[in-house]
Design a protein around this ligand. Sequence first.
Ligand code: SF4
Ligand code: FES
Length: 233
Amino acid sequence: MSELAVSILRGEEWAEYLVPLQRHQTVLDLVTWIQRHRDPSLAYRFACRVGMCGSCAMTVNGRPRWTCRTRVEDVAENAHLRLEPLANFPVIKDLTVDMEPFFQQHERAVARFFPGGGDGDFACVSPGSPARQRADAGIECIGCGVCAAACETVAAFPGYLGPAALNRVWTLVNDSRDGAGRARLAAVAGDFGAHGCASHQECSEVCPKHLDLAGAIAALKRTAFRAALTGGR
Ligand code: SF4
Ligand code: FES
């Protein structure tokens, strides 16, 4: 059986491992093998292993990825893998990062549903309506933080609300049942909100759910700007 050389950044130092290769092995499988067979103190995070919970993201050969759905054979370079914690997040230990700043971005962006919208909380919204389609296009976020790890604005300005929270806001702006309207648009206006986005598109390129984050933020910019001019939603 052939082996793969794996380098893992653990604090300030790289640790080196040789891991037996198996068909269809994921990067998460490989990290789990190292923890079970080489070093039980290796810290990393996962829960569902099927691409639903968003907890397994790491930097793989320099690019942020969800590791439970990333096959080793697709990303190894010259039989080598380099694993680091997600960029732009405080590191707790080894491959585990503190997601608190990410959750705070959602809190500051008012990125949650508020009842009291014009159509009522239990309104039946046609799946074919343009607003519903805009909302549905961005709703599958799993909160993995991969977009934030790739975002140059998050790296440069820690106060920036980040692509995931802004995308969630865009889905809510298009939800006729939601009642936060102007307050939410005010929360995401300005340089630390949608207008801080430099449209570099890295977020959309790395999102494992293929969400058009840059497009959502651009649309949010226009909507927030229009609301500021008109004083309405
Ligand atoms: Fe992950 Fe995509 Fe959600 Fe960002 S928008 S947290 S990359 S699923
Ligand atoms: Fe849940 Fe990877 S472990 S998305």
